[in-house]
Design a protein around this ligand. Structure first.
Ligand code: ADP
Length: 396
C-alpha cells in the first residue's frame, strides 16, 4: 500500500512537471556517430543563451555522452530533500545524464528494458528541474526502449531527427520517421549534420560529399528541413575541451543560430517568446498588395505550432506616416510580409518588435502564408527601397 502511494506521488509529480513544460524535444537519429548528442547539447546551450530556461536530459543509457561533450563528466546529481538536483551548466540550463550516476564515467551499464524505463521515468518525476521552457532529450540512436519510453511517457514531445548526408543514414531516417508515425509523435524537422566541410583557410563551406539528401527526404515526407551543419574540425577539438559552438566565432556558430531560428519559428515562438505568431499581409482585391501603405485591408493570421488557427481581415486607419506600424502593433502582429515598405516604416515596425519581410510577390493570403511557413517564400527586392532595389533574389 505504502509503495502504491509512493508510485502515485511520483506519477503525479511527473505529470505536473510535464504539464508545465511547453516544449519537449526528443533528438533522434537512425544510427550512432551522426552528431545527435552534439546537436542536442548545442541546441540546449543556444536556447538557454537566448534566455529560455532549458533542461537537457541524456537518456542514452548505453552510451551517454552529454557529460563528455559538455566537459562535466565528473559531475554528480545529488539528493536534496525528496528530489535529485540536476547539474547546473549555467543560469538557464540544467543537465541530467546517466553518466552522472556512475562511479566511473566509463563504466558499462547493463540494464534491462524495465529498469531503463524506470530510470527514465525517475528522471522526469524525481529531478528538481524547476520551471522550464524547453526540455531537450538526447535519446540513443535507433528506435529502441528509450525513445519508446519517452514517446509513451511524453505524448506531446516532438522529434528532431539528425542525419548525415550519406544514403545509409538516410535509410535509417526513414525508420525513425516510421517510428514517430507509429508512436504518434510530431516530427519537428530534420537536420543534416556533417554536410560539407568548412575550409580552415577561407572559411567557406565546400560540399566534399554529396549533400542535400536530408532536404530531399524532408520534401518527400513533407517535413521541415532545419538546416545543414558542416563538418568543422573545431567541433571535435572544442568538444574534447567541453566547449560548445557558442564559444567560438565562425561559420558553424552562425549556422547553428539559423537552425535555432528555424526551430523557434516552427514552434511559432517569436523572439520575445510569445506562443502565437501573428502575421499580417497587406491586401487589395483578395491578393497581396505590393504597396504596404496603399492596401485596403490587412489579412491577419494566427499561427500556432506551424498551423494557421485563425484568419481575419482588418481595415487599417487612413494612411499617414507612422500610423499603420502603431496600429499593427496594437493588433499584436509580430510579422509583416509585404512587397515593399519604406525605411521609416520599417524602423517603426522594428521598434514595435515586428519583423518585416519585404520583396514578397502577389498571391492569395493562403498562398503567401503557406509559402512563408514552408520556407518557400521567394523574395525579390523591396519595391519601396528605390535606391537599393537592385533585384537581389534569395530564398527565405
Ligand atoms: P552521436 O550522438 O550521433 O553518436 P556525437 O554527437 O557524439 O554523435 O558526435 C560524434 C563525434 O563527431 C563527436 O566527436 C563530435 O565532436 C563529432 N562531430 C559531431 N558533429 C560534427 C561536425 N559537424 N563536424 C565535426 N565533428 C563533428
Amino acid at each position: 500500500m505504502a509503495d502504491k502511494d509512493k508510485n502515485d506521488i511520483k506519477l503525479e509529480r511527473m505529470e505536473n512537471f510535464l504539464k508545465r513544460v511547453p516544449h519537449k524535444i526528443m533528438v533522434l537519429s537512425g544510427k550512432g556517430g551522426v552528431g545527435k548528442s552534439t546537436v542536442a547539447a548545442n541546441l540546449a546551450v543556444f536556447l538557454s543563451n537566448r534566455g529560455y530556461k532549458v533542461g537537457l536530459l541524456d537518456v542514452d543509457v548505453h552510451g551517454p555522452s552529454i557529460g563528455t561533450l559538455m566537459g562535466i563528466v565528473w559531475q554528480k546529481i545529488y539528493p536534496s530533500n525528496d528530489l535529485l538536483k540536476p547539474v547546473l551548466w549555467s543560469k538557464n540550463l540544467k543537465v541530467v545524464s546517466v553518466q552522472f550516476l556512475l562511479e566511473n564515467p566509463d563504466d558499462a551499464i547493463i540494464w534491462r528494458g524495465p529498469v531503463k524505463m524506470g530510470i527514465i521515468k525517475q528522471f522526469l518525476s524525481d529531478v528538481d528541474w524547476g520551471e522550464l521552457d524547453f526540455l531537450i532529450i538526447d535519446s540513443p540512436p535507433g528506435t529502441g526502449d528509450e525513445p519508446l519510453t519517452i514517446a509513451q511517457t511524453i505524448p506531446d514531445c516532438k522529434a528532431l531527427i539528425v542525419t548525415t548526408p550519406q544514403k545509409v543514414s538516410l535509410a535509417d531516417v526513414r525508420k525513425s520517421l516510421t517510428f514517430c508515425k507509429e508512436v504518434n509523435i510530431d516530427v519537428l524537422g530534420i537536420i543534416e549534420n556533417m554536410s560539407g566541410f568548412v575550409c580552415p583557410n577561407c572559411g567557406a563551406v565546400h560540399d566534399i560529399f554529396k549533400s542535400g539528401g536530408g532536404s530531399e527526404l524532408a520534401k518527400q515526407y513533407k517535413i521541415d528541413f532545419l538546416g545543414k551543419i558542416p563538418i568543422d574540425p573545431k567541433i571535435v577539438e572544442e568538444s574534447d575541451e567541453g566547449n560548445l559552438l557558442d564559444k567560438y566565432d565562425g561559420k558553424v556558430k552562425e549556422i547553428m543560430n539559423e537552425v535555432v531560428d528555424r526551430i523557434l519559428k516552427r514552434l511559432s515562438l517569436n523572439k520575445g517568446g510569445e506562443k502565437v505568431m501573428r502575421i499580417a499581409v497587406p491586401m487589395a482585391e483578395g491578393e497581396l498588395c505590393a504597396h504596404f501603405g496603399h492596401c485596403e485591408v490587412f489579412g491577419i493570421v494566427d499561427v500556432e505550432d506551424g498551423k494557421v488557427v485563425k484568419e481575419e481581415y482588418l481595415t487599417p486607419p487612413p494612411h499617414a506616416p507612422g500610423v499603420i506600424p502603431n496600429w499593427l502593433a496594437e493588433q499584436k502582429v509580430n510579422v509583416v510580409l509585404t512587397g515593399g515598405m519604406g525605411p521609416m516604416a520599417q524602423n517603426l515596425m522594428r521598434q514595435n518588435g515586428i519583423e518585416v519581410i519585404t520583396g514578397v510577390s502577389g498571391g492569395s493570403l493562403k498562398d503567401v502564408i503557406e509559402a512563408y511557413l514552408n520556407g518557400r517564400l521567394v523574395l525579390g527586392s523591396n519595391v519601396c527601397d528605390h535606391e537599393h532595389g537592385k533585384g537581389h533574389t534569395h530564398r527565405h
